[in-house]
Ligand binder design. Sequence first.
Ligand SMILES: CC(C)=CC(=O)SCCNC(=O)CCNC(=O)[C@H](O)C(C)(C)COP(=O)(O)OP(=O)(O)OC[C@H]1O[C@@H](n2cnc3c(N)ncnc32)[C@H](O)[C@@H]1OP(=O)(O)O
Length: 259
Amino acid sequence: MAGYEMIATETQGRVAVVRLNRPKALNALCDQLMGELGQALRGFDEDSNVAAIVITGSEKAFAAGADIKEMQGRTYPAVYLDDFIGKRWEAVTQVQKPVIAAVAGYALGGGCELAMMCDIIIAGDNARFGQPEINLGIIPGAGGTQRLTRAVGKSKAMDMVLTGRMMDAQEAERANLVSRVVPAGEVVAEAVKMGEAIAALSAPAVATAKEAVNRAFETTLAEGVKFERRVFHALFATEDQKEGMSAFAEKRKPAFRNR
Ligand SMILES: CC(C)=CC(=O)SCCNC(=O)CCNC(=O)[C@H](O)C(C)(C)COP(=O)(O)OP(=O)(O)OC[C@H]1O[C@@H](n2cnc3c(N)ncnc32)[C@H](O)[C@@H]1OP(=O)(O)O
């Protein structure tokens, strides 16, 4: 895909990789970058050759947050009327396919929030997560107070949000913010490997699984279990369920056809 200035995109097999590419500003998430990211994500979500998406930055920074210099002069009416954050930032939460954040270096403020909007976070061993907005006289505005709290619990979320301190990769793994830690130079390769493994599975089952896990954040346990049961039953209407179970019984690898 051509025409982007602040991101770079490529596909590796059936995995799309979107690289935030504003190195001089540590990938600060300005409006243009977020617009390009949203456009790329929508394109890859519609592309049937793509089964999973990786979002990454550089080895120094996934993203050091929203662009402070761009935000600096904004007024209340301007951010309110523009629906600042909502309009451009939530594209990642609308993607049906699995989205993996491959985080090396700084993931601060909006960078941490962007990673948390993804389905899985793989961290490089040099990753540093934080919500330092309090140091700027504001609070997280892209879901940080909500998603961080759900991920790491109230006490650690308060610790991060009220003091603005950073968490290293090891602490982030212990706190369940990230699924695994790998050497920083291998974070994209590891995420692509994970994406390829998911790409080999049944796409309807993968999309349903993602929807069901996400439902856990939005509903009660009883409603969530009921939802899971309904969509679990629905998957018995797919050819892939027959293929998956036949392949197991016949001791062969399944060949899913995504239907
Ligand atoms: C989503 C919402 C609503 C809010 C937010 O995200 S608010 C932003 C939260 N993030 C931060 O507060 C982090 C700000 N950055 C830093 O604290 C530091 O840059 C650092 C600790 C990440 C790295 O420090 P280092 O000394 O290694 O590098 P710098 O010289 O400070 O930065 C290099 C270069 O990048 C520019 N930069 C960094 N972060 C941002 C940013 N968030 N917005 C705009 N520009 C940023 C920094 O100004 C410098 O550029 P210049 O050399 O041109 O000044």
